[in-house]
Design a protein around this ligand. Sequence first.
Ligand SMILES: C[S@@+](CC[C@H](N)C(=O)[O-])C[C@H]1O[C@@H](n2cnc3c(N)ncnc32)[C@H](O)[C@@H]1O
Length: 313
Amino acid sequence: MNVEASRTATSTIVDRVSEAWPEHVGFIEKSLAGRADPVLDVSEQLSAAILKLAPSIDNGLDALVNDYRFLCEDIVLPEEIHFRRNGQYRLSSFAEANRECYANGPFMDRYMNGLLLSDVLWSNHAHAFSYFVNDYLPRLEEGARHLEIGPGHGLFLYFAAATGRLSRIAAWDVSPTSIAKTRHALSLLGVDHPVDLTLQDLFAAEAPGADERFDSIVMSEILEHLESPVAALRAAARWLEPGGLLWVNVPANSPAPDHIFLFESLDHAEQIVREAGLEVVEAKAFPMSGTTLERAVKHKLSISCSVLARNPD
Ligand SMILES: C[S@@+](CC[C@H](N)C(=O)[O-])C[C@H]1O[C@@H](n2cnc3c(N)ncnc32)[C@H](O)[C@@H]1O
């Protein structure tokens, strides 16, 4: 497939997925169509990072491609069918999601690998990733202290570390597999800044001491995994300095086995952020591949909703 010649890492991934899964080519073409240069540039940087990680995985890039197909066909599609039939997600409790997903190491491994490729191949994920890299990270001041909750595959954290401007970098995740994957990714990608990676449920974190707060917190694709996103945001906001920034990214109308809270729109996501006592600085909606935002809203198709919020002074 013709991704611009200069974008060689993206082409390598796209070509490998297309060879292994020819029926998916039309989807990828739609997904890449109309991506602006800054978005393609971030996809290329992300693809280059993925290609660096691939050799350390058994069966390399082929395994990642397999896991991406597993994500689309075996993880998301059955949930999508359930959602279309019932208008709600299949699971509604954290305990169920924990049992089916977070505590299942081999499943989480494949899920996070698939998600990694989706950040290049799904238009909504690629745009949200680009918004994070091109718009959120440049707002962080030199020496900012940064926490990511739920890093999963670890690549958001990698791009944050790569700014070279953070004085403290930390991440919490409830899944041992996610913590191990993040540690592995940061080490292979050459992050030499110390990073505190902790197996930590957000809700179980004790109140922070006065000098333990952060200037920046990132929660990407995590609030939809929790029974009460407002409670989760309040718990996170305790760790945010007054005036600190929070980048929240949630998918609306986007079923998955570990999605238990249904966000219905960008407005809904903004409302939840405000209910938690945070100010919305900016909010963006990115529709799934091959559709417009209007059509996605009308037909309840998946939309990535990114909300840039601020802890009031
Ligand atoms: C779908 S992944 C998102 C990965 C990455 N942030 C992204 O946007 O691609 C969700 C992550 O949140 C973690 N998670 C879920 N509930 C959590 C909780 N209560 N506390 C901390 N991490 C949690 C999961 O283990 C998983 O690694």
